[in-house]
Design a protein around this ligand. Structure first.
Ligand SMILES: Cc1cc2nc3c(=O)[nH]c(=O)nc-3n(C[C@H](O)[C@H](O)[C@H](O)COP(=O)(O)OP(=O)(O)OC[C@H]3O[C@@H](n4cnc5c(N)ncnc54)[C@H](O)[C@@H]3O)c2cc1C
Length: 453
C-alpha cells in the first residue's frame, strides 16, 4: 500500500480512512459496496499505478466516472476502485469546435465549459451524470435527433490499457470504434476529445394530462413525434404529479401523463412548433419557456437525486403501447417512480456501423421504467413493479436494449444487445486490448477465446 501511495498524486483510501465511507458511495444507494482500495486518481499516471497494484495484488478492478450506472458497476466488494471523480477538467477549443474532457467529468462540467461559447456536446438529460459511462455506452439526450449520440461525438481518446500502457485512439481506429458504444470494456479513458455543436437557447413546452386522458394523449404524442424533423424532440413520462406551484391542486399527487416538446430550430418558430404537440387534445395545464442549453440540461437534476434507491428496466419499441403504459402507471408503487419514453431516429441513424459499435440505431422508441424509492423494506415491491411494467409493454420478438440501462439481466443479454456480428467484432477488439478481461465490471464483452454472456 505504501508503494501505491508513493506512486499516486491523488489520495489512496482504505476502509480505515475517515472519508472512505463517503467516497465509496455511488448514485444508486442499492449498491453500497466495500472496495478494498479506492484510488482517487488525479492524473493518468495514477490510473497506471492503480492497475499495476491490482495486478500485483491479484485484485479485481472497477472504474468510476460519474458513478451513475444504475447497475452500480463502478463499485464492487474487495476490488480496487479506480475513481476518476477528481479528474474533471474540460478545455475547449472554440475555433475548432472541440473539447478535451478528463475521464471523470460530469455532463454539467462539459456544459459549463462549452455553453459560454454557444457550443455543446450532445449528452444526457441529467447534468450530474458522468460523461464517460454515458458516452462509452451511447448517450441519448435532447440533441440526439438533431446531431446524433454522445458516442458519435467522441473524436479521440487517451486510454490506459489493462497492461498499464497509454494509447491514443488516433493510432488505434479499432479501439475508437469499440469505445463508441462498447462500454467500459477496453481500458480506462482518461481523456475524451469531443466534437461540439452550436447550441443556443431553446423553446421548451411541457403539459400535463390527467390520467383519464392518458391513452388518447399518448396516441396523439406518437402521431406528432413520428412526423417531426430533427429540430423537434418530444418526450413523455407517466408519473405521479408533484406539488410544484404551476400544477393545479386537483392534479397534484395523482397519476398524470407529462409531455414535453423542445424546438431546436429557428427560435421564432418555437412556440408554434411546440404547441402542435398539445392539439387537438389539450393538457390540463402547460407552460412554455425559453431556456439556455445549460438550463435545459439541468431540468431533470432534482428528480433523481443521489442516495435514493433505484431499479430500472428498459426496452426498445416499434410502436407506443398506450394501454400498456397507462396500466403500468396505474400500478405505480412510489410517488417518485416514472415511465419515460421518447421517439428516437433523426440523426441517430446517420453514423454507419463501420464507425461505431453502438447497436440499435434504428429503434423507433425507447421506454424506461424507473422505480425510485427510499425505504429498503420496499425493495421487493418496487423491483417487482418495474419488472412487471416492462414485461407489459415490451414487444415479443424485438431484441436489443440500451446497454447503459441494463441491470441484472439473464445470461445472453449482452450478446442480444449487440447481435452476433457486432459482438464478435467487439470480442476481437477486446482480445487485442484486454485479453485477460481485467475490465469485466461492466456489461461484459468477453475476449473471443471466452464464451459470450
Ligand atoms: C439520473 C440518471 C440519468 C441518466 N440519463 C441518461 C440520459 O439522458 N441519456 C443516456 O444515454 N443515459 C442516461 N443515463 C444512463 C447513463 O448513461 C449510465 O448510467 C452511465 O453508465 C453513467 O455513466 P457514469 O460515468 O456516471 O457511470 P459510472 O457508474 O461511473 O460507470 C459505469 C461504467 O462505465 C465505465 N466507465 C466509467 N468511467 C469510465 C472511464 N473513464 N473509462 C472507462 N470506463 C469507464 C465502467 O465500466 C463503469 O462500470 C442516466 C443515468 C442516471 C442515473
Amino acid at each position: 500500500m505504501a508503494g501505491l501511495r508513493a506512486d499516486c498524486a491523488g489520495p489512496v483510501l482504505t476502509p480505515e480512512d475517515p472519508s472512505y465511507d463517503e467516497v465509496r458511495r455511488v448514485w444508486n444507494a442499492m449498491h453500497l459496496r466495500e472496495p478494498a482500495v479506492i484510488v482517487r486518481c488525479t492524473r493518468t499516471a495514477d490510473v497506471r499505478a492503480a492497475l499495476r497494484f491490482a495486478a500485483a495484488a491479484g485484485l479485481p478492478v472497477t472504474v468510476r466516472g460519474g458513478g451513475h450506472n444504475v447497475a452500480g458497476t463502478a463499485v464492487a466488494d474487495g476490488a480496487v476502485l479506480i475513481d476518476l471523480s477528481l479528474m474533471r477538467q474540460v478545455v475547449v477549443e472554440p475555433g475548432e469546435r472541440v473539447a478535451h474532457a478528463q475521464g471523470g467529468v460530469l455532463l454539467r462540467d462539459v456544459d459549463a465549459a462549452t455553453t459560454p461559447h454557444g457550443l455543446a456536446c450532445p449528452a444526457g438529460v441529467v447534468s450530474h451524470t458522468g460523461l464517460a459511462g454515458l458516452a462509452l455506452g451511447g448517450g441519448y439526450g435532447w440533441l440526439a435527433r438533431k446531431w446524433g449520440l454522445t458516442c458519435d461525438h467522441v473524436l479521440a481518446a487517451e486510454v490506459v490499457l489493462a497492461d498499464g500502457s497509454v494509447v491514443e485512439t488516433a493510432q488505434h481506429p479499432d479501439l475508437l470504434w469499440a469505445l463508441r458504444g462498447g462500454g467500459g470494456n477496453f481500458g480506462v479513458v482518461t481523456r475524451f476529445t469531443l466534437r461540439l455543436r452550436e447550441a443556443g437557447p431553446v423553446h421548451h413546452r411541457a403539459g400535463l394530462y390527467p390520467f383519464d386522458d392518458a391513452v388518447a394523449a399518448l396516441d396523439q404524442y406518437a402521431r406528432f413525434a413520428e412526423a417531426q424533423g430533427p429540430d423537434q424532440h418530444a418526450v413523455g413520462c407517466l408519473k405521479i404529479a408533484s406539488d410544484e406551484d404551476w400544477i393545479p391542486v386537483g392534479l397534484r399527487r395523482t397519476p398524470v401523463l407529462a409531455l414535453t416538446s423542445v424546438w431546436l430550430g429557428e427560435p421564432a418558430d418555437g412556440p408554434a412548433a411546440n404547441a402542435a404537440l398539445f392539439e387537438p387534445l389539450r393538457p390540463a395545464v402547460s407552460r412554455e419557456r425559453v431556456l439556455s442549453y445549460a438550463q435545459l440540461q439541468a431540468l431533470g437534476d432534482h428528480s433523481e437525486p443521489h442516495g435514493h434507491r433505484y431499479y430500472t428496466k428498459s426496452c426498445y419499441l416499434g410502436d407506443l403501447p398506450s394501454a400498456g403504459l397507462a396500466a403500468a402507471c396505474a400500478d405505480i408503487r412510489s410517488p417518485w417512480s416514472a415511465i419515460d419514453f421518447e421517439y428516437l431516429r433523426g440523426a441517430i441513424l446517420d453514423l454507419p456501423d463501420a464507425e461505431s459499435a453502438f447497436p440499435g440505431r434504428d429503434a423507433p422508441y425507447i421506454c424506461t421504467v424507473s422505480a425510485h424509492w427510499l425505504d429498503p423494506a420496499q425493495d421487493a415491491e418496487n423491483i417487482a413493479w418495474a419488472r412487471a411494467s416492462i414485461a407489459g409493454v415490451a414487444e415479443p420478438g424485438r431484441g436489443g436494449a440500451y446497454v447503459n440501462y441494463l441491470q441484472d439481466e439473464p445470461d445472453g443479454k449482452v450478446l442480444d444487445v449487440y447481435g452476433d456480428v457486432r459482438y464478435a467484432k467487439l470480442a476481437e477488439v477486446k482480445a487485442r486490448y484486454d485479453p485477460a478481461n481485467v475490465f469485466r465490471a461492466n456489461q461484459n464483452i468477453r475476449p473471443h477465446s471466452q464464451q459470450p454472456v
